[in-house]
Design a protein around this ligand. Sequence first.
Ligand code: NI
Length: 154
Amino acid sequence: MLLNTVLHTIRDDRMESEQELMRIGVSLPDNLLTRFDEILTKRGYSSRSEGIRDAIRSYIRYYEWASEVTGERLGVISLTYNHEQHGLIDALADIQHQHLDVIQSSMHFHADEKTCLELIALHGDAKSLKEVAEGLMALKGVEHLKLTTISTIK
Ligand code: NI
């Protein structure tokens, strides 16, 4: 899986170098751009365009990787959310009760006065694992969510 991803990258870069650059206009919230620029400065990027190209490549790689994940998998969903968001705790519980077939266990950790961290352990078909992750991600008040999966095939 990792090797596949690396090969993809090399091929993508070769394809890109043969193409002309397109100009696009993007509207972004001020704080998002400030945070992005701070990271670019720390990482020593020479231009914002270069940083945006890299960010888009990472996004594409992640999405392609996520759609390549198939079959029986072990998984962990980690998410943070604001527990003061109206109705969120009930909605989170509802989704988890609807997927008892794949959810094995969960752990809740109160990170600060507002933020909760939840870890959910799953086992089942990759499609169901992604369905749970996407369902949780769509809820208003969920701040960060990450699904990590491991193949059960030795
Ligand atoms: Ni909590």
